[in-house]
Design a protein around this ligand. Structure first.
Ligand code: GSH
Length: 212
């Protein structure tokens, strides 16, 4: 657990009961999940007082009916999907989550691809692959088609734009897991720009060294 009141805050180890009482916003999730990463970035950008509690999807089972990470406890409420967590954070910032139709289209396309890619990744651990399960071929085709469409699309470069962030979280995770060849210059240059923001760079899936 660490205090993440601002993006540069050092990690500090508080006894759990003190920390739970002091924090009214606690994000639960893993260090590698791209959905969790997007929420961590938005919270770091928000200036809100919040904390991160490393939580596995297995641990989420007893807490959230979605049985996944991330989930967020905030103001006595439980939010069980990254999209609604982002909406909560942006509204607390006085901003709209996904300001227009173009942003919504890009965000949801990247999200559809990310959902498929994560499912493929998890199923591959049980030897379910596109080669032995026809529906998974369709899932893989969706990921590949979406990567191509996202590479061709005009994307906002604003580091707090949730369409740009969702695409970047997807691309960085897929590269980290070595799942897809993503070499399109438009996607890589956008990723490089977002990496200039410490909130994004410090949450790379390899950075579980930040775990307390
Ligand atoms: N739509 C969800 C997707 C979350 C998700 O797929 N999380 C993965 C980790 S990256 C998970 O917890 N999977 C466990 C499972 O599906 O049982 C969101 O945006 O929060």
């Amino acid at each position: 657990m660490f205090n993440a009141a601002d993006r540069n805050a050092p990690f500090c180890l508080w006894p759990r009961r003190l920390y739970s009482a002091a924090m009214s916003i606690v994000l639960h999730g893993s260090f590698t999940s791209p959905f969790v990463r997007h929420c961590r970035v938005a919270l770091a950008q928000s200036g809100l007082h919040w904390a991160f509690e490393p939580t596995s999807s297995a641990d989420a089972t007893a807490v959230t009916p979605a049985m996944r990470v991330p989930f967020l406890r905030a103001d006595g409420r439980l939010f069980t999907d990254s999209s609604v967590i982002l909406q909560y954070v942006r509204e607390r910032q006085g901003r709209r989550f996904l300001a227009d139709l173009e942003d919504a289209q890009l965000y949801h396309l990247a999200n559809a691809a990310l959902d498929s890619a994560v499912n493929l990744f998890l199923l591959s651990k049980n030897d379910r692959t596109p080669d032995n399960t026809p529906y998974l071929k369709r899932q893989r085709d969706r990921v590949v088609a979406a990567i191509s469409a996202l590479a061709d699309a005009q994307r906002p470069d604003d580091g707090e734009n949730d369409a740009a962030l969702r695409i970047a979280c997807f691309v960085d995770w897929a590269r980290y897991r070595k799942l897809y060849e993503i070499e399109q210059p438009s996607l890589l240059s956008s990723l490089a720009r977002l990496n200039q923001d410490d909130a994004f760079a410090s949450t790379h899936p390899s950075r579980s060294d930040t775990a307390p």
